[in-house]
Each structure stands twice: as structure tokens, then as C-alpha cells.
Design a binder for this molecule. Structure first.
Ligand SMILES: *[C@@H]1O[C@H](CO)[C@@H](O)[C@H](O)[C@H]1NC(C)=O
Ligand SMILES: *[C@@H]1O[C@H](CO)[C@@H](O)[C@H](O)[C@H]1NC(C)=O
Length: 175
């Protein structure tokens, strides 16, 4: 009787492990290369939301284990860009940047949306922000946004301007 129960328990555990294995998606960071429009930002640290420069879009370029992030933002009417180069950690989808900054790819379907977690260690405190991006300038892709809200349900949120011209210029390669 006890032996049979043990077999049943073992089978359940095994099934659980196999299921967990099959739902774990192998991330291919290079596939998120290219343009992304920043649509929404969430953080449980209010300070982070307030201090954020309102980035409108990113262009990611991969080279070996390096990633170059070109960010565009509207600075008193002109579109400014800022570049930084990070390198991939041992864990896929985690990139370290100068100045104790990190980017972690949380979720993506490569083609429509990406959710990134940005962290910075500043004066002994770790600050985090989750950002939701879409490939498209117009279509904010509801299913991806729903996943973003699931991850950030208990956090402060702000949505970015719908028609930032700077994102458009970055997408077109004009900045
Ligand atoms: C990655 O970045 C480092 C530091 O910026 C640089 O020395 C190295 O050549 C880069 N590697 C590639 C493959 O781009
Ligand atoms: C930048 O923002 C200002 C308002 O702050 C706006 O009037 C202007 O059109 C924006 N520039 C671009 C290129 O989006």
C-alpha cells in the first residue's frame, strides 16, 4: 500500500517537473535586436518613476555577447540619443552596463512586444523599473500589455505619450 502511494507521488512530482521544463522558454536575446517603442513604465519605487528620463524608444544592436542600446528622448523639443554598451552575463537575457546598471529581458515574443527590467545600484540601494515596449509605433498590442500588467499589478505605472515623434525618427534611422 505504502509503496503504491510512493509510486503515485513520484509520478506526480515527475509530471510536474516535466511540465515546468516544457514551459520554460529558451530566450534568444539577439532576436530582440532592432527598434522598440517604449509604451509604459512601472515601478514600486515612486522615486524611480519620477526621476525617469522619458525615453521614447530603443534601438538594440547585438555583437557577440555585447549589446548596444541607443535610447531616444525628447529634450526640450529636440530628439537626443544616448548609447551604452553592455555585455551578456552567464544567464541568457541578462546584460550588465557601466555604472552598476543592468537590463534583464523578462518576457518577449520578439515580434510584437518586449518587457525589460532595468536596475541600477545607486548609493547602496537597488532601483528597478519594468518597461513595456512594442515594435509598432501605433499598435500597443493588448496581450503583451496584459502580461506586463500581471507582472506589475501592485506597482505604480505611467504610460508614455502615444505619438512621440522621437521614437518615429529613431525607427526610421533619422536620429
Ligand atoms: C564587446 O565590448 C567590449 C568592451 O566595450 C569590447 O572590447 C569588445 O571588443 C566587444 N566585443 C564585440 C564582439 O563587439
Ligand atoms: C518634444 O516635446 C515638446 C513638448 O515638451 C513637443 O512640443 C515637441 O513636439 C516634441 N518634439 C518631438 C520631436 O517630438
Amino acid at each position: 500500500m505504502e509503496a503504491r502511494l510512493l509510486v503515485v507521488v513520484c509520478r506526480l512530482v515527475l509530471e510536474f517537473l516535466l511540465q515546468a521544463e516544457s514551459t520554460r522558454v529558451e530566450l534568444v536575446p539577439e532576436k530582440i535586436a532592432g527598434f522598440w517603442k517604449e509604451v509604459a513604465v512601472a515601478s514600486d519605487q515612486n522615486l524611480v518613476l519620477k526621476a525617469q528620463r522619458r525615453v521614447e524608444g530603443l534601438f538594440l544592436t547585438f555583437s557577440g555577447r555585447n549589446v548596444t542600446v541607443k535610447a531616444v528622448y525628447n529634450s526640450s523639443g529636440s530628439c537626443m540619443t544616448e548609447r551604452s554598451v553592455g555585455s551578456e552575463r552567464d544567464a541568457a537575457g541578462e546584460f550588465a552596463f557601466p555604472g552598476n546598471r543592468e537590463i534583464h529581458v523578462m518576457d518577449t515574443d520578439y515580434e510584437r512586444y518586449t518587457i525589460l527590467k532595468l536596475s541600477v545600484l545607486w548609493q547602496g540601494t537597488n532601483f528597478h523599473v519594468l518597461k513595456y515596449f512594442t515594435r509598432s509605433l501605433e499598435n500597443e498590442d493588448e496581450p503583451g500589455f496584459w502580461r506586463f500588467r500581471e507582472m506589475t499589478a501592485d506597482q505604480g505605472l505611467y504610460m508614455l505619450a502615444r505619438h512621440g515623434r522621437c521614437a518615429e525618427l529613431l525607427k526610421e534611422g533619422l536620429v
